[in-house]
Design a protein around this ligand. Structure first.
Ligand code: FES
Length: 97
């Protein structure tokens, strides 16, 4: 999936990191939007190992949990509620990368 380009003015892109890979994002969008625009649909695995992705896009289902680096620790956050910021590091599995 790609971003709509025609008729949309966005701030200059920033770079965020998903599972160690640098991807572009625009200030004002959510981490989930940036991940999907970059082709990253798998946001976590459930306990059986099945991939899970965004479902409600409004913070109620918890399907979009990812791990966000917070200093030396990683915290679980909903990607659909997390605004991107320069230097943001996220992982789709605990302890990655
Ligand atoms: S997609 Fe449902 S909480 Fe984020």
């Amino acid at each position: 999936m790609s971003r709509v380009a025609d008729g949309v003015n966005r701030p200059a892109p920033i770079t965020i990191e998903i599972d160690g890979a640098a991807i572009p994002a625009h200030p004002g969008e959510t981490l989930a939007a940036a991940m999907i625009a970059a082709g990253v649909y798998r946001m976590r695995d459930d306990r059986s190992g099945a991939p899970r992705g965004m479902l409600c896009n409004m913070g109620t289902c918890s399907e979009c949990f990812v791990w966000i680096a917070d200093g030396q620790t990683w915290r679980r956050r909903r990607a659909c509620l997390t605004p991107v910021a320069g230097g943001l590091r996220a992982a789709t599995r605990e302890g990655q990368p």
